[in-house]
Design a binder for this molecule. Structure first.
Ligand code: ACM
Length: 265
C-alpha cells in the first residue's frame, strides 16, 4: 500500500488559492499512484486567522464545501484522503480531519487538543479519535497538537489502528521526533503531513514524515519544500506488538496501575 504525505504552503483566508495548491498536490499524488494521501491541518483555510470573521469566512461544511468536494471526487479513483479542514457546522467551527475514500465521506474527527489561538475560533472535539477501515486495513486519525498527548496514539492503537494519519501545522520543534516515539511505543506506522511558510509571524516547520513500526523515518521532506513524499508499507506489520521475544507493548501494560490517567483532574 502506497501512502503519501503532502507538504504545503497555504494563504490564510484565501480558499480559492489554497484549492489551486491542493490540486497541484493531487496531480502529483495521481502520478505517483498513491493509495492513501494525507494533507496538512486546515488546508482549505490556512492557520493564523486575524479574527473570528476570517475563520468563519474560510470555513466550509464537510463534505459539501469546495475543498471537501474536490477531495471527495478525487478519492473516487480508489483512494483514501485525510485532510485538515476548517469546518463550519451549525454549532460552530471545528478544526477537523476529514476522511474520504472511494468517493464517499467516511469520517470526520474534531480535534480535541486545541493549540494557542485555536481556542478562540474552534470548539474542542468531544469524541474519541476514529479508526477507519480502508481496503481491510485500519487507519487512525489525529490532528497536529494531539501529538503532545500520548494517550491519543495509544487509544487509537488499542482501537486497532495500524497506521496513524496526522494532518499538522506544526509550530513547536518537538513533534517530528515525538512521532518516532509514538511509533515505537505503539508499534504503528505514522504519517505526518505538515505546513511550511510563515503566517502573521507564526513559522511552520515542514519536515513531513512517514515512520514505520520501529520508528524509522521511511520518508521525509525538508523544512522548506512543498510537494509529496511516499512510502510503500504493509500495515499488517503493526499487528505484531512484540518489542523483545518476551515483551509486547500492549499485552505487558498494567492498566490497573494507570487509573490516574483517566481521571479528569
Ligand atoms: C497545532 O496544533 N497546529 C500546533
Amino acid at each position: 500500500m502506497r501512502i503519501a504525505v503532502g507538504q504545503m504552503d497555504l494563504l490564510v483566508g484565501n480558499v480559492d488559492e489554497n484549492l489551486i495548491r491542493i490540486r497541484d498536490i493531487l496531480e502529483k499524488a495521481e502520478k505517483a499512484d498513491v493509495d492513501v494521501l494525507v494533507l496538512p491541518e486546515l488546508c482549505n483555510s490556512g492557520y493564523a486567522f486575524k479574527n473570528i470573521s476570517e475563520a468563519i469566512s474560510s470555513a466550509e461544511p464537510i463534505p459539501e464545501g469546495p475543498v471537501s468536494r474536490g477531495l471527495l471526487t478525487w478519492s473516487g479513483g480508489g483512494r483514501l484522503v485525510v485532510a485538515g479542514i476548517c469546518e463550519r457546522t451549525p454549532e460552530g467551527l471545528y478544526n477537523s480531519a476529514m476522511a474520504v475514500a472511494n468517493g464517499e465521506h467516511i469520517a470526520t474527527y474534531h480535534k480535541i487538543h486545541l493549540f494557542l489561538n485555536e481556542k478562540e475560533w474552534f470548539l474542542p472535539g468531544q469524541e474519541v479519535p476514529p479508526v477507519i477501515d480502508y481496503k481491510g486495513y485500519q487507519f487512525g486519525l489525529m490532528v497536529c497538537f494531539d501529538w503532545a498527548f500520548p494517550e491519543v496514539t495509544r487509544v487509537l492503537t488499542l482501537n486497532g489502528a495500524q497506521v496513524i494519519l496526522h494532518p499538522a501545522n506544526l509550530v513547536l520543534p518537538y513533534c517530528q521526533d515525538a512521532m518516532i516515539t509514538r511509533s515505537i511505543e505503539n508499534r504503528v506506522f505514522t504519517a505526518t503531513a505538515n505546513r511550511v511558510g510563515t503566517e502573521r509571524g507564526l513559522a511552520f516547520s515542514g519536515a513531513s514524515q512517514i515512520t514505520d513500526v520501529k520508528g524509522n523515518r521511511i520518508a521525509k521532506m525538508n523544512t522548506k519544500e512543498t510537494g509529496l513524499v511516499w512510502a510503500d508499507i504493509e500495515p499488517s506489520l503493526a499487528d505484531d506488538k512484540s518489542i523483545t521475544e518476551r515483551n509486547d507493548v500492549l499485552a505487558d501494560r498494567r492498566p490497573s496501575l494507570y487509573r490516574r490517567l483517566t481521571q479528569d483532574d
